[in-house]
Design a binder for this molecule. Structure first.
Ligand SMILES: [Zn+2]
Length: 283
């Protein structure tokens, strides 16, 4: 599932290839792709036709293209891809929407095998689309306040990983980068947020930003080949993962085999030596 670095890679690709160009034709091929646009796919298409793309912005795992004061908002879900390429290329079976441009150049396609992704038109949403106004800033935004986050976190009685996945506290961190940043900060995922010191949280934030920067440089993590950049190429950060998906392999720091534990119907990967399990963990 794409997390912040993957969505940022897509955002940067769209900024390079789509910004400044005008939509000449918009077609939605599967109603689920526009299900969050309550007025329906035809209204969605009409609202964007003949509009010029300004900037491409992101918060957490959402990205949006500004069109004047309005926005085209996208969430990739589990398997969504935004691809820029040859407009003559044949349509694949999972093409959900297609945007052609007035210059007749490369088109933009939304391809989504599992259809959890969605697109919507957000009137007045250029600054921040209404659909995501309730989502907390992500750690790469200048409005993210580490001190405020540390204070809010320490007041909660939950596990640190569960808190990192709570999009009302912090956005953009999912299973992969939670495990990687907790390993870098040497914190166990079940550590109670109320037992963290301020300095633990500040250290964790540094590591979250560091792992995001490393992953963005690598074009993101393409685990199941469903995530690709706008040119269809995979990211290669999976080669640099320390613990995620590496059960039984040596911890890059101390050599102890990485363990996998059940967590919220998913898994948590950690080093049992570098990340000491708390006596009373919180799940
Ligand atoms: Zn270790």
């Amino acid at each position: 599932m794409p997390e912040l670095p993957e969505v940022e890679s897509v955002r940067a690709g769209l900024a390079r290839h789509v910004a400044g160009r005008s939509f000449s034709d918009v077609k939605v091929f599967h109603p689920r792709a526009a299900r969050r646009h309550l007025a329906g796919p035809e209204d969605f298409a009409a609202a964007l036709t003949d509009r010029q793309v300004g900037e491409v912005r992101r918060r957490g795992k959402y990205l949006w293209l500004t069109v004047g004061e309005d926005a085209l908002l996208a969430h990739l879900g589990m398997s969504g891809q935004l691809l820029v390429g040859d407009p003559q290329a044949p349509f694949g079976p999972h093409l959900r929407a297609r945007f052609e441009f007035s210059d007749g150049g490369h088109d933009l396609r939304f391809v989504d095998q599992r259809t959890f992704g969605h697109l919507s038109f957000s009137p007045g949403g250029a600054e921040l689309p209404g659909l995501i106004a309730h989502i907390a800033p992500d750690p790469l935004e200048s409005s993210f306040d580490d001190e405020l986050f540390a204070a809010r976190l320490r007041k909660r009685k939950t596990g640190i990983k569960r808190a990192l996945l709570d999009q009302s506290l912090i956005s953009g961190v999912g299973n992969i980068y939670a495990d990687e940043s907790l390993w870098r900060a040497q914190l166990h995922w079940a550590r109670g947020t109320d037992t963290l010191r301020r300095s633990d949280v500040i250290r964790l934030m540094e590591q979250i930003r560091a792992v995001f920067a490393d992953a963005i440089r690598a074009g993101g993590t393409s685990f199941d080949s469903l995530y690709v950049q706008v040119n269809g190429e995979s990211g290669y950060f999976d080669r640099s993962l320390a613990v995620y998906g590496r059960e039984g392999q040596p911890c890059p720091r101390c050599g102890t085999p990485v363990i996998r534990e059940k967590f919220m119907n998913r898994s948590s990967f950690s080093c049992p030596k570098c990340q000491r399990k708390p006596r009373e963990g919180r799940w």
